[in-house]
Design a protein around this ligand. Structure first.
Ligand SMILES: NC(=O)c1ccc[n+]([C@@H]2O[C@H](COP(=O)([O-])OP(=O)(O)OC[C@H]3O[C@@H](n4cnc5c(N)ncnc54)[C@H](OP(=O)(O)O)[C@@H]3O)[C@@H](O)[C@H]2O)c1
Length: 299
């Protein structure tokens, strides 16, 4: 089954909440000049229903992408109100407001909705088992979006790396690791949590294709190579020429506030519907990212 619509229909008519973040910016760059309108928190606070309705009326988009989230996984354990406000209630309000205006919503979610039940990548048809407040708040967000309209989409992704705007979004793992290598800080990283590292540019291109299609429902969009956080860090420290600074640790020893799945890599049963290739793995994606974002370090 091929793609049934084209992005020419929606160019200039896509509005992105969380548009200054990592995923939002990947979409902005891949869609191309003027194709999407990226909104930061200063344009509309997603928890303010009246502000969101006003922005929808002002821009009159065909498609809305929601890449805004409350993401600090450990902080969510103590800040339940904030986590559920932005990750569950706000997407519910946005989904209903979009449905009333015939707007399709594409809402971003996470691999952390899965627990540690299996050691092979999870597909869309696998049953979530969230372990943390963050994961439960994101799963609730998925539910309110998908039940608000049969046209809305939820896209689960995993461990995104890509370019960031200064002072925007959550500091990504790859950039934190690179900073530690440059600052010569000995670093130990968990080797017993496996994810699907995803390049924001590749995800942005796939989101753009989805936006131009008429597909609905749940999609997994993540990099093609499952890897532990240590294996991600290993590539970054090697790139910086400081692999000597990196060591392994375990989830138990690290002792984070929020529980995390030991395995949450994703695969998709729905790629063929979009007529595009599955996203490349970390070796390909991380090399492109580091060479583009940090050319001064590229050998
Ligand atoms: N990053 C990952 O590894 C990862 C993994 C799996 C799933 N995801 C999902 O992917 C989506 C995007 O993640 P990301 O990495 O792009 O996040 P990000 O870089 O932290 O960007 C999120 C953006 O949300 C905006 N935001 C925060 N609170 C807001 C509010 N109340 N109203 C409006 N905007 C608000 C922030 O705006 P300001 O810049 O103005 O603060 C920020 O730019 C999220 O749904 C996340 O759950 C991400």
């Amino acid at each position: 089954m091929g793609l049934v619509a084209t992005t020419a229909n929606i160019a200039g008519r896509v509005l992105v909440f969380g548009g200054m973040g990592q995923v939002g910016q990947g979409l902005v760059r891949q869609a191309g000049e003027g194709a999407v309108v990226a909104l930061g928190r200063e344009h509309a606070d997603l928890t303010d229903a009246a502000a969101v309705e006003a922005v929808l009326d002002e821009y009159d988009p065909a498609v809305v992408v929601n890449a805004a989230a409350f993401q600090p996984v450990d902080l969510c354990e103590s800040e339940l109100r904030q986590a559920f406000a932005l990750n569950s209630l706000a997407p519910g309000m946005l989904a209903a407001a979009c449905e009333r205006r015939d707007i399709r919503l594409i809402h971003l979610s996470t691999d952390y909705v899965f627990g540690s039940a299996q050691q092979t990548p999870y597909a869309e048809s696998d049953c979530p088992r969230p372990l943390s407040v963050y994961a439960r708040s994101k799963l609730a967000g998925e539910h309110v979006v998908l039940t608000a309209s049969p046209r809305h989409c939820v896209v689960r992704t995993s461990s995104v790396y890509g370019r960031t705007l200064p002072g925007r979004g959550t500091s990504p793992f790859v950039e934190r690791m690179l900073r530690r290598a440059m600052d010569e800080e000995p670093t130990r990283v968990v080797d017993d949590q496996v994810v699907s590292p995803t390049y924001a540019e590749d995800l942005g291109a796939a989101l753009w294709t989805l936006a131009g299609s008429d597909r609905a429902g749940l999609f997994h969009m993540a990099g093609g190579t499952p890897a532990s956080w240590y294996e991600v860090a290993e590539r970054v420290f090697r790139f910086a020429g400081r692999l000597d600074l990196l060591g392994r640790t375990t989830t138990e020893e690290f002792g984070a506030a929020a529980p995390r799945p030991s395995y949450s890599a994703l695969r998709s049963e729905r790629w063929s519907e979009l007529g595009i290739d599955p996203l490349p793995g970390i070796d390909d994606g991380l090399e492109r990212h580091l060479a583009t974002a940090h050319p001064e370090l590229a050998g």
